[in-house]
Design a protein around this ligand. Sequence first.
Ligand code: NAP
Length: 523
Amino acid sequence: MTITGLALIGGVGERGNDGFFKAYDPAALAPLEPCFHMVDAAQIDRACELAGAAFDQFRNTSDEQRALFLDTIAEQIIGIGDALIERAMLESGLPRARLEGERGRTVGQLRLFAGLLREGSWRDVRIDSALPDRVPPRPDMRMRLIGIGPVAVFAASNFPLAFSVAGGDTASAFAAGCPVVLKAHSAHPGTSELVARAVVRALEICGLPAGVFALLTGTGNGIGQALVAHPAIQAVGFTGSRSGGQALMAVAAARPQPIPVYAEMSSINPVFLLPRALEQRGEEIGAGFAASLTMGVGQFCTNPGLVLAVDGAPFERFCSSAAAALGASQAATMLTPGIAASYQRGVALLAAHQSVATLAQAGHAEGKGGAALFRTSGAAFLAQHELHGEVFGPASLLVACKDATEMCQVAECLEGQLTATIQMDDGDIDQARRLLTTLERKVGRILVNGFPTGVEVSTAMVHGGPFPATSDGRSTSVGTGAINRFLRPVCYQNMPQALLPESLRDPNPAGIWRRRDGALGKE
Ligand code: NAP
């Protein structure tokens, strides 16, 4: 079945009467703002209907076909060349080197998922052979994972490439065999459209139905809410604010058929400075922390927004080193005026708080964020919940605990986090072990002697964590594990070989990993 329909909905460029974009001309991006088209309710509906209609054909493509599709998207993104980087620089304020790195990460993760499809174990195939002589007899049972259905993906403001149109959520949904209806972030519409066109070209090259992908552009909560409420949509991937994520969770839960929402929202990423490490390397850790905090103007979900240590001279040395580095830093342009204003409000609230002292504050300017460092006591942090919230940007709160027990109490009172970091030396192992028991319950990724910014895209990565870090702490949105969000298991009982999907039949010509009668193998 070939489905024709809207490949892109909303955006710049020439649009024909049938709704397709007819041609792409980079020059058309120059007068960007006035050209943008806001989707209306009928177009959202059409994009979702087309995604629903494309699902069976797409999920029944071979793993190799979808791997080729992912590889082709990567090639097409590279093929856009410098126009993509320049457009993203203009729209995000992020520097060239960061965006070139992010493009590398984006194509790298598309290829990583292509590799996962070719390797085959993602289907988690299990075969329990029939036991006809058992009392009662056991039927033949075979299980595999299949795509959940069309996925609504919300692009993030802070990764215009790697968490956006062809970012991790889209790559993992496509790998799972799920069409994607993508809500572009209004902070980078031109970048979104360039990448969307690369995805559409890849669909055409691979002969896949147009309904596999649609881009929705426009601002206003109505677009996202209509998208999540649409009956064809079966799951949601979101990265953004806690309020936005929770609003979409409420919409998904109120549907006649509720659906899962995988929202990555809010995390302050505590860094624990243990005594021996602080004594040996306090100044060095302070400088490393300042670099991590200000990277990308602090606009990373893994930004170290909270630091805990036992009060004393080594902690003072850390504070001086970090404050000196941050005080000398320059304010820089943030992703959107809204994010800058929200950051400046958050910093002002902390600066005015009666239990908080300001250690460093680089000046702000309109649309810019300057680094800020604050300090409070363990007792004040434990008593005052308003100190626990995320201030999205280069701001961090240092908490001086009276002893190791109070540090553990602070760890225990934290909300769910994407990451926690322990700076430690050999002599700190007992305290680290004590903290670890708590952190395993609170956090998706626990690091030793590093900084949380810089998220590797790999097989073992967990970029997730209990609420409010994410809406579902059983998942990761980075790395190959992200595919599991968009899969569900189906068991085939006593099914004739001819009806079984190829991965479940007795011969295993593709040699994929299968668990047969409990034993993992490729037979
Ligand atoms: P956002 O305001 O949550 O927006 C993200 C996306 O969700 C946008 O497409 C937005 O649509 C949509 N949206 C927001 N609220 C909605 C609602 N109530 N109903 C339906 N759709 C909704 O996030 P942002 O613009 O990226 O930044 C705002 C704040 O989010 C930051 O200041 C920061 O606190 C946080 N943030 C956190 C992370 C993280 O990884 N933890 C990353 C980025 C941002 P529109 O097009 O209408 O805006």
